[in-house]
Design a protein around this ligand. Structure first.
Ligand code: SIN
Length: 297
């Protein structure tokens, strides 16, 4: 099916498309929202350039066309909107870790992680600060039938501890001090999700492990899990599964965490970068066996 309300231009073989013909500072009609939804299911991530006047309220309105706001853990919302957070790295924070600077699927340690994330560029460095995305459909589909069958039945354990735990990267508030990050013992909580999740809209299977939040396989120790996890983390982000977005002032990116991982490149020391981010929740990740039961029912 084609598009009548928007123009969609694919930017890479694996995932990603630029969308034009939409002004996100205005409410959108149902048909336009329907086409954006169709495009995100088709491409995994969408980029809307030239939205410079977009406010936090505009961003929140747009996000809510695609789902409900959930819990935004570990980062406080802005005064302007509780579900819009500022993702900031100051010019003098050059050597520090940046927010989102490890491959991940957003908040995948939550029971119902975000389906979609929205990120709006407010201030950009003169170069660098790109964001990369990797298709987890392709990461899964290019594995051997034998390994796919094994992974289909596995569950993983997810935790926020490496970043947000008492000894995590952001517990030292010299790291990301420019952001409203709260760390604490609640980051030690664990959540179990399928290692392969079935996308509720496309029906395709996607790999769902990431180095930021997947700590082991259920029923195995971390040491036992590590070799296969290390292989999967590498597999997940092979260059041919990725696209890379170079930001322009006022651009907004929207991505589907159910079938992509992403990575914020930390290569702009000496310059400030400020983005605004919102997420809306999706379904609890659906395991292959569960999707089969749903289809048969
Ligand atoms: C994120 O992981 O949400 C941040 C991505 C970015 O800043 O490019």
């Amino acid at each position: 099916m084609g598009y009548e309300r928007i123009a969609v231009r694919r930017i890479a073989g694996a995932c990603g498309a630029e969308v034009s013909g939409v002004d996100l500072t205005k409410p959108l009609d149902e048909a336009t929202v329907g086409e954006i939804r169709q495009a995100i299911v088709e491409h995994g991530c969408l980029f809307f350039r030239g939205q410079p006047g977009m406010t936090d309220q505009d961003q929140a309105r747009f996000a809510q066309y695609f789902g409900k706001f959930g819990k935004e853990p570990f980062v406080e919302g802005e005064e302007t909107h509780p579900n819009v957070i500022a993702v900031v790295k100051e010019a003098d924070e050059g050597g520090k870790p940046n927010f989102g600077g490890t491959w991940h699927s957003d908040w995948s340690f939550l029971e119902t992680p975000p389906a979609f994330t929205f990120l709006h560029a407010r201030e950009l460095p003169p170069y660098g600060g790109d964001t990369m995305f990797a298709s987890q459909y392709l990461a899964y589909e290019s594995l051997s039938p034998g390994l796919r069958a094994t992974l289909d039945g596995l569950r993983g354990v997810y935790s926020a501890r490496v970043s947000y735990g008492p000894a995590g990267a952001f517990a030292d508030n010299r790291n990301a001090r420019s952001m409203k990050i709260r760390t604490g013992p609640e980051a030690l909580d664990e959540m179990v999700h399928p290692v392969v999740r079935v996308h509720a809209e496309s029906g395709r299977r996607a790999l769902y492990v990431n180095p930021a939040y997947t700590v082991r396989f259920e029923g195995m120790t971390e040491r036992e899990s590590q070799p296969l996890l290390a292989f999967l983390f590498e597999q997940a982000v092979r260059p041919e599964f990725t696209c890379r977005f170079t930001w322009s002032p006022g651009a907004l990116a929207m991505w589907d965490n159910r079938c992509l991982q992403h990575f914020a490149i930390n290569d702009y020391g000496g310059f400030r970068r400020e983005m605004r981010r919102s997420t809306v929740i999706g379904e609890r990740p659906i395991a292959v066996a569960e999707a089969g039961t749903r289809a048969a029912a």
